[in-house]
Design a protein around this ligand. Structure first.
Ligand code: MN3
Length: 250
């Protein structure tokens, strides 16, 4: 187990808790519960279905209410249901007592595809919901803004490269801004529900997620049909840069 990665998940959950606790939008996403799931065995044997930290229509007009409702109440809840089922069916000796996401991501190469898809689906969406907010967008501030400028030349150039990563991901997957172990900011993408914390050969860039963009069609087809570029352009208007700054600094 890599202590940096373990620390990251703990710290990012704390950062999210601190950020959302201080926000005016109200939080029912319960990062504390997420943290608990990270640090203790799942005695109850289940990851619970958390509410969104804002209303389904709160991201309108950029992301529409029906998309958010189906995405959250059907797709996201489906990952959690199937994750719990897959954990229940797992040979206990693989994960041992620590049925945390971090332990699963660490041992992903040895775990069934159902765990990979659904643990990833659960965690990736948890980040995704937290990285959006009503009246979001604009530009990051402070250390993250400086790091983006150093790494990519300018915020506009970063946006272009990040959107490209989302556009070029063939089929379903995610675009990521990742802080590597060396502290570098790197843009990457993963297939399906894989993420940069999973120890898998197919995950090209490993590190701390700072931004997560879902480019599965279910994230945009109701409003944008097949036009992923339109969805990505809209998404910049709802980015919660405070959460991203918290993840970067954690
Ligand atoms: Mn999704």
């Amino acid at each position: 187990m890599d202590n940096n990665r373990r620390d990251f998940i703990k710290k990012s959950a704390l950062a999210l808790a601190a950020i959302t606790a201080g926000s005016a939008i109200g939080n029912t996403l319960a990062p504390a519960k997420f943290l608990e799931n990270e640090t203790t065995p799942l005695d109850e044997g289940s990851f619970s279905k958390e509410s969104l930290p804002y209303a389904y229509d709160a991201l309108e007009p950029h992301i529409d209410k029906l998309t958010m409702e189906i995405h959250h109440s059907k797709h996201y809840y489906g990952y959690i249901t199937n994750l719990n089922k897959a954990i229940g069916e797992l040979d206990g000796s693989i994960l041992g007592e620590k049925k945390s996401l971090n332990n699963m991501f660490d041992k992903m190469a040895k775990l069934p595809l159902a765990i990979r898809n659904n643990a990833g689906g659960y965690y990736n969406h948890f980040l995704f919901w937290s990285l959006m907010k009503p009246n979001g967008g604009g530009e990051p501030k402070g250390k993250l803004a400086d790091a983006i400028k150093t790494s990519f030349g300018s915020f506009d150039e970063f946006k272009k490269q990040f959107a490209d990563a989302g556009m070029k991901r063939f089929g379903s997957g995610w675009a990521w801004l990742v802080k590597t172990k060396e502290g570098k900011l790197v843009i990457t993408s993963t297939a399906n529900q894989d993420n940069p914390l999973m120890i898998l050969d197919s995950v090209e860039v490993k590190g701390t997620p700072v931004l997560a963009l879902d480019v599965w069609e279910h994230a945009y087809y109701i409003k944008n049909q097949n036009k992923r570029a339109d969805y990505i352009a809209s998404w910049w208007n709802v980015v919660n840069w405070e959460t991203a700054e918290g993840l970067y600094s954690a």
